[in-house]
Design a protein around this ligand. Structure first.
Ligand code: SAM
Ligand code: SF4
Ligand code: SF4
Length: 354
């Protein structure tokens, strides 16, 4: 197999709506050590067969083909990416490609204290920790595990390891943690972190989803204004999903309004599952199998062609379409039924990386 061109100039590709392909979420495992109710509520799932899960070398080779067509940013995700042994080796492999300008990690934080230092030394640029509550008992109820203290250790370890910044991602859920907006902003400030509130999405097995549980961007801003006074919006940053705001004392926080104000128009992201299926959208019902051609020894040119054609044909705008359904009263409950989920585990949020 010929190699992707580590120093080859990227040949940019645009989809049907003129959106470039700039950012890739690599899911390195579908397994997880938590069971968040909005993501992976069951104890057991149909897991991806181990022999199908891509090796680090295979993931890096694929990433190189994506860099050939313009990808500059990679986010490592899962499942819980830190369950994958020696993840820092993958970071090092990916960074051999100088066209990759940023590698970030999204983690639930449980194992972060163990690995933060070696990930930093390997060259990882950014860390995002998912944190939905500051109350240990709530954490246990939400995740089914008593791991709150370890997540806090993980958050502490980020700055100590040398990372210049930290993001905290909170899925805001009505009746569950919507009374913690201000405490989470205060907590983030303590760690010089930026908290981003994500609207609850009806992807995959989020089978407890309902519109009533979505805490909208507008309602989060109402809460914040009631407590802090004025909230100044910051200029938008290209395809970044978070809308950012500044409080009177300079603290910055963000909101990712995926459900009430989807941002598909500027979406430059796609996702590769741990077994090498390429999804053009978080809501896509099927993905393109890149593992089989990769393992059969397809040429770099053939792999690039597949990716270029796939992206050029892309017309996904899943969140906007879901919103369209809501306007005609057809957005009820979860996206996909449980039987269909059992048939195809890729449809789960934890398989496609959030
Ligand atoms: N396990 C890691 C973690 O939790 O950070 C990485 C994978 S997780 C699938 C990635 C992100 O997706 C997390 O921030 C999680 O909160 C978010 N997520 C999962 N289900 C969601 C849902 N139904 N709506 C909105 N965000 C969701
Ligand atoms: Fe695991 Fe992350 Fe999903 Fe929670 S959100 S169940 S930590 S993959
Ligand atoms: Fe991108 Fe799909 Fe999310 Fe829209 S729903 S922002 S197209 S991944």
């Amino acid at each position: 197999m010929d190699e992707p061109g580590v120093n080859r100039a990227p040949v940019a590709v645009e989809d049907r709506f003129g959106r470039p392909l700039k950012s890739l979420r690599l899911s390195v495992t579908d397994r997880c050590n938590l069971r968040c109710r909005y993501c992976m509520p069951e104890e057991d799932y149909v897991w991806l067969p181990r022999e199908d899960v891509l090796s680090f070398e295979e993931l890096a080779t694929l990433a190189g083909y994506f860099a050939d067509v313009g990808v500059e940013k990679i986010r490592l995700t899962g499942g819980e990416p830190l369950l994958r042994r020696d993840l820092s080796r993958l970071v090092r492999l990916l960074l051999q490609d100088r066209r990759i300008q940023e590698i970030a990690l999204t983690t639930n934080g449980v194992l972060l204290a163990e690995y933060a230092q070696e990930l930093y030394e390997a060259g990882l640029h950014r860390v995002t920790v998912s944190l939905d509550t500051l109350r240990p008992e709530r954490f246990r109820r939400l995740t089914g595990r008593d791991e709150f203290a370890r997540v806090l250790d993980g958050i502490e370890s980020v700055g100590k390891a040398g990372f210049p910044d930290l993001k905290l991602d909170t899925v805001a859920i009505r009746g569950f943690n919507d009374d913690e907006i201000v405490p989470l902003i205060e907590f983030a400030r303590q760690y010089q972190a930026e908290v981003r509130f994500i609207e609850y999405m009806d992807v995959g097995g989020a089978n407890e989803w309902s519109m009533e549980k979505v805490v909208s961007c507008a309602s989060i801003l109402d809460d914040v204004r009631a407590h802090y006074g004025t909230v100044a919006p910051l200029p938008e940053r290209g395809a970044a999903p978070a809308q950012r705001y500044r409080l009177p004392d300079g603290t910055i926080f963000g909101i990712i309004p995926s459900t009430t104000m989807p941002f598909c128009g500027s979406c430059d992201r796609s996702r590769v599952t741990a077994d090498g299926l390429w999804y053009l959208c978080l809501y896509a019902m099927s993905g393109m199998d890149l593992r089989q051609p990769l393992r059969r020894g397809a040429s770099a040119e053939a792999m690039r062609e597949m990716i270029c054609h796939g992206w050029a044909a892309r017309q996904d705008r899943g969140a906007e379409e879901r919103k369209g359904l809501e306007q005609v009263g057809l957005r009820n409950g979860s996206l996909i039924g449980i039987d269909r989920l059992r048939e195809d585990p890729h449809l789960e949020m934890h398989a496609r990386g959030g």
